[in-house]
Design a protein around this ligand. Structure first.
Ligand code: AMP
Length: 211
């Protein structure tokens, strides 16, 4: 079973991907996390993509595709995966069969731009464990401290308002066609991403089971 989650930045892809992975016993793979990990480790790739990532632009296919392929070869992926943030353009979508054997469903989390901009201004992430909070909707118990590991929370550089606008434009231009691509294959499940987190998950799980 392989599930793809698409949606604009701040739609809640990561949150839903983790919950769906748990429900179906799959591995959650976020290409954004893979790339941020390269940056943290200051690998050759990490250093090369740093400015691009912080500006909210997509990383080149030559970089992301091999990184994802390597990750998918790891043992824990045998049972299936939830891909969060991939594919993000038509080139990646057209080559999905070379990366993942079979796609069960593509979940499109819809959220309008106004909601996104409001949400992103409150987003804070834990640099250690990756947990994501929102100071407006899902604050940590102790201000600016991760509930799980006690690290100080940070704002991702690409979550700055002017960068978010850029990311939204890129998403609409380059990733919207991906949804259309999979819609033609009859695989798309569309959910309203402005509902409560658990309601969204319930709706996704029910649609996947009914598929
Ligand atoms: P995310 O954590 O999914 O919001 O991704 C953060 C950033 O990682 C994006 O803004 C891109 O710069 C980069 N990125 C993640 N996935 C991809 C992808 N499939 N193709 C190109 N760039 C990506």
């Amino acid at each position: 079973m392989n599930i793809i989650i698409v949606g604009p930045p701040g739609a809640g892809k990561g949150t839903q991907a983790k919950k769906i992975a748990k429900e179906f016993n799959l591995v959650h793979i976020s290409t954004g996390d893979i790339l941020r990990d390269q940056m943290e480790q200051k690998t050759e790739i990490g250093l090369a993509i740093n400015d691009l990532m912080n500006a909210g632009q997509y990383v080149s296919d030559d970089i992301i595709i091999p990184l994802l392929r390597d990750r998918l070869l790891e043992d824990d992926c045998k049972n299936g995966t939830v891909l969060d943030g991939y594919p993000r353009n038509i080139y990646q979508a057209e080559r999905i069969d070379e990366t993942v054997s079979e796609i069960t469903a593509v979940v499109d989390i819809e959220v309008d731009d106004e909601h996104i901009i409001a949400r992103m201004s409150g987003r804070r992430s834990c640099p250690d464990c990756g947990k994501v909070y929102n100071i407006l909707y899902y604050p940590p118990k102790k201000e600016n401290i991760c509930d799980d590991c006690g690290a100080e929370l940070m704002t991702r550089p690409d979550d700055a308002p002017e960068i978010v606008k850029e990311r939204l434009e890129t998403y609409r231009e380059r990733t919207n066609p991906v949804i259309e691509f999979f819609r033609q294959r009859g695989k798309v499940i569309t959910v309203d991403g402005t509902q409560k987190i658990d309601d969204i998950t319930r709706s996704i799980v029910a649609s996947i089971k009914a598929n």
